[in-house]
Design a protein around this ligand. Structure first.
Ligand code: ARG
Length: 266
C-alpha cells in the first residue's frame, strides 16, 4: 500500500447559509452532529484505505471551507491556489494559501481575472492537465495552469448547473485500463470524445449522478462512494476495486460529497 496523504478541513462551522449551486437551499437545516459523524467516518475510511489525513482548522466565517478539493491544484510541491467564482468563498483562498505555505509548499496564484476552483475542476494526470470549464472555472485558467506546470491541457466543457464541477460528474477509478465513471449529460459533448483517448469511460445513470456517485474518493485500490444504493458500485467492484461507502448526506445539502471534502497531497 502506498502511503498517500490528503487534506481535509473539519466541519465545526459547516452550514448552508447561502446558495451558490442548485443543491444549496440557503438556510436549510444541517444536522451538525450528523455532519461531524459523517465527516469522521469518511476520514476513517480514507485512513483505512491507506492514506494519512492532514486537517486545516475550521473557520467560522467560511462554512464551505470543508470542501478542500477547491483549495487549488497541486503538482508535486507546487500549488496554485483557487480564485473562487463567488464572493462567499473568496476568503478561503488566504486560509488555504497560508496552510500550504506553512506546510512547505511553493504557493502561487493565477491571474485574478481567471476563475478557478481547484481539484473541483482539474487534476494532473501524468503529463496532462485534465480539466473542465464553463460553470465555476474559466478555460483561460486551465490553459494558464497547464502552461505554468508544463502540462498538455485536456479540457472539456460543463453545461449542467447541477454538475458544476468536474468532480461532481467524473472520477478516474483505480482499476486497470484507465477506467473512469462519468455522467454524460453534465458535458457539452456527451460522448466526452476529448477524454476517450485517455480513459475507458463508464457512464453512470441519472439516479447515480444525483447521488453524486462520481464524487467518490479514490485511495490506493479503494473507491469511497457517498451513499448506499449507487448502481455503478457493482461494476466498480467487478473491475477489481475495493468499494466502501461513507454516507455524507449532510454535505450533499451543500452540493458536495466525498471527493469535494478531500484534496490529495501526493
Ligand atoms: N457549497 C460548495 C460550493 O458550491 C460545494 C463545493 C463542492 N466541491 C467540489 N469540489 N465539487 O462551492
Amino acid at each position: 500500500m502506498t502511503n498517500h496523504s490528503v487534506l481535509m478541513s473539519s466541519p465545526e462551522y459547516f452550514k448552508v447559509e447561502y446558495s451558490i449551486n442548485p443543491w444549496m437551499v440557503a438556510g436549510v437545516e444541517v444536522d451538525l452532529d450528523l455532519a461531524k459523524e459523517q465527516w469522521n467516518n469518511l476520514k476513517e475510511s480514507i485512513e483505512a484505505a491507506g492514506a494519512t489525513v492532514e486537517v486545516v482548522p475550521p473557520s467560522e466565517k467560511h462554512p464551505d471551507l470543508v470542501f478542500t478539493a477547491n483549495s487549488g491544484i497541486l503538482n508535486g510541491k507546487d500549488v496554485l491556489i483557487a480564485n473562487f467564482k463567488y464572493e462567499e468563498r473568496r476568503g478561503e483562498e488566504e486560509i488555504f494559501a497560508n496552510w500550504f505555505e506553512e506546510n512547505g509548499y511553493n504557493v502561487g496564484r493565477i491571474p485574478s481575472e481567471y476563475k478557478f476552483e481547484g481539484r473541483g475542476d482539474a487534476f494532473v494526470y501524468g503529463e496532462y492537465l485534465v480539466g473542465a470549464y464553463g460553470i465555476r472555472s474559466d478555460k483561460e485558467a486551465l490553459l494558464y495552469i497547464a502552461d505554468e506546470f508544463n502540462l498538455t491541457p485536456v479540457i472539456v466543457e460543463l453545461v449542467n448547473e447541477k454538475f458544476y464541477h468536474l468532480d461532481t460528474c467524473f472520477q478516474k477509478l483505480p482499476t486497470e485500463n484507465n477506467d473512469a465513471i462519468f455522467y454524460p449529460k453534465a458535458f457539452k459533448d456527451e460522448s466526452l470524445s476529448e477524454f476517450s483517448q485517455f480513459f475507458n469511460l463508464i457512464p453512470v445513470t441519472e439516479d447515480d449522478a444525483n447521488q453524486l456517485a462520481c464524487n467518490a474518493v479514490v485511495v490506493n485500490d479503494t473507491v469511497i462512494l457517498p451513499s448506499d444504493g449507487i448502481e455503478v458500485a457493482n461494476k466498480i467492484s467487478e473491475l477489481g476495486a475495493n468499494v466502501v461507502v461513507a454516507n455524507v448526506s449532510e454535505f450533499l445539502k451543500s452540493g458536495g460529497a466525498c471527493q469535494c471534502l478531500v484534496i490529495a497531497l501526493d
